[in-house]
Design a protein around this ligand. Structure first.
Ligand SMILES: NC(=O)c1ccc[n+]([C@@H]2O[C@H](COP(=O)([O-])OP(=O)(O)OC[C@H]3O[C@@H](n4cnc5c(N)ncnc54)[C@H](O)[C@@H]3O)[C@@H](O)[C@H]2O)c1
Length: 448
């Protein structure tokens, strides 16, 4: 979940803001000035304000350098309550409400969007926003399919967009310090990485997985909600939040968590001396997987237990598993001289003194590889980068590479073969059946 943020302007920022106010011509309306508006605030629009969208909205409302100016959601109830909370926060009626995200993206004064729609609805609004020159905060996992991830990265890069992915663990102290220990050689040459993810399904909406089809709620445009996915009858079990347990919309526990713990695992490998290269380029060369699937036509049909074995360059083996007790939840790097493990409950090291040491060396900036400390403010880091035009902690290309082993693992488990992956070309080698599964049919009129 996103964390609560506090924001204070530095003296320099205050002076810059003040100077902008004085320098700006008074006759031009703020809404036409965008990033150069007298307020200096970044105008952001939210697309999808359910569970995580609500968390992201609350986080952006606390960032003084931005202003939430618009919201789009296909559920009128979610839309109305989010707009109400924005207007209550700012004390005016300034927040625009849309059902159609394309109208939001077309709003003139908008510089950035935050996309927190279900996974099947990430790529289309993200690419549209990039083409419209909006900067993008997009939830993890980056994409529904690997091919859509490639298209999203291209759209972001070709349009020179600032991009942050909702892989907020990178903004956490424990995760950063654990990765720093690995990057600074404490565990020596990394031999093995273990990524432990949840298994089964979680009933977030208390619907169970066994209700009859019904009419969609009247406040929801269900056809729009299904969007690019295959049209299926409305069923409350595969709707808000619980859509992630059905492959038409999400990718089960594997894809729900790949953008968290595998993202962190890659972060710790992102060095040239101890790891396998920059985290916007790394990936497995070989992937094999097994999984236990419910019947294909079950409402919750995503794998309940899975194990993905990956071979990375430099002889590093990386296992991603859900439902195997020996693979502990989180990310664990095992090297020739020790190990480091981290998840949301904390981090542990083979030598207990490393924890204190890394903290002190961080403070003294006495590390060869010193990662950026965002003080837990992942959303604020995005806004700061929108202003500075610097890279965020998790740009699209990094999130795409973190997600790739999950996509390939799913495909390997479906075809039941080891996949050879060309990391540079991003292609499955010599397996046309598996290659087809890199993308999915997109329901007209939508296209990626
Ligand atoms: N970073 C994290 O820790 C974290 C936690 C939870 C969820 N997520 C991610 O956030 C995303 C949303 O998940 P959720 O659990 O909040 O889902 P949710 O079902 O609670 O909310 C999704 C919202 O998007 C709306 N929506 C659907 N299609 C839309 C469209 N075309 N245009 C506008 N709105 C649309 C829905 O009506 C709903 O309000 C997913 O990608 C999920 O993986 C991230």
């Amino acid at each position: 979940m996103a964390r609560k943020q506090t924001t204070t302007l530095t003296r320099r920022q205050t002076l810059r803001t003040a100077a902008a106010v004085i320098a700006a011509p008074t006759l031009i309306p703020t809404r036409l000035l965008g990033a150069d508006a007298p307020s200096g605030k970044i105008h952001i629009g939210m697309i999808g304000v359910g569970w995580m969208g609500g968390e992201n909205l609350n986080a952006f409302l606390e960032v003084k350098e931005c202003r939430v100016v618009a919201i789009a959601d296909v559920d009128q109830n979610h839309l109305a309550s989010a707009v109400k909370s924005v207007n209550a926060k700012y004390g005016d009626e300034g927040c625009k409400a849309y059902k159609d995200f394309r109208e939001l993206i077309g709003q003139n004064d908008l510089q950035a969007v935050c996309i927190s729609t279900p996974d099947h609805w990430h790529s289309i609004p993200a690419i549209a926003a990039a083409k419209a020159k909006k900067d993008i905060y997009c939830e993890k996992p980056l994409s529904k399919t690997l091919a859509e991830g490639i298209a999203m990265v291209q759209a972001a890069q070709q349009n020179h967009r600032i991009w942050q992915t909702g892989s907020w663990q990178r903004s956490g102290n424990d995760f950063r310090r654990a990765a720093e220990l690995v990057l600074n050689g404490y565990v020596g040459k990394v031999r093995r990485v273990e990524v432990g993810l949840p298994s089964g399904h979680a009933d977030f909406e208390r619907t169970g997985n066994n209700r009859p089809n019904s009419d969609p709620p009247k406040e929801v445009d269900y056809d729009f909600w299904v969007g690019p996915s295959e049209m299926v009858p409305f069923n409350p079990c595969r709707f808000h939040k619980n859509w992630r347990w059905n492959y038409n919309f999400g990718g089960g526990q594997l894809m729900d968590w790949i953008g968290h713990h595998c993202d962190i695992a890659h972060w710790g490998l992102a060095s040239t001396s101890y790891g396998v290269g920059p985290d916007d380029e790394i990936g497995p060369m070989e992937v094999s997987a097994t999984a236990e699937f419910p019947p294909r036509d079950a409402l919750w049909n995503t794998a309940t237990k899975y194990r993905v074995e990956c071979k990375y360059p430099k002889g590093i083996e990386l296992t991603i598993a859900g439902g195997y007790d020996e693979i502990r939840s989180g990310a664990k790097w095992i090297g020739e001289e020790g190990w480091v493990w981290v998840d949301r409950s904390g981090f542990e090291t083979s030598k207990p003194e490393w924890k204190k040491e890394i903290e002190q060396r961080e403070k003294g900036k006495d590390l060869k590889v010193l990662l950026k400390d965002t003080h837990g403010a992942h959303q604020r880091e995005f806004i700061e980068c929108v202003k500075s035009r610097k890279k965020t902690l998790t740009p699209a290309e990094v999130a795409h590479r973190s997600t790739t082993p999950g996509h390939l693992g799913y495909i390997a488990s479906v075809v039941g073969r080891t996949l050879k992956w060309d990391v540079a070309k991003q292609q499955i080698v010599g397996d046309p059946e598996a290659w087809k599964l890199l993308s999915r049919p997109i329901r007209a009129p939508w296209h990626v």
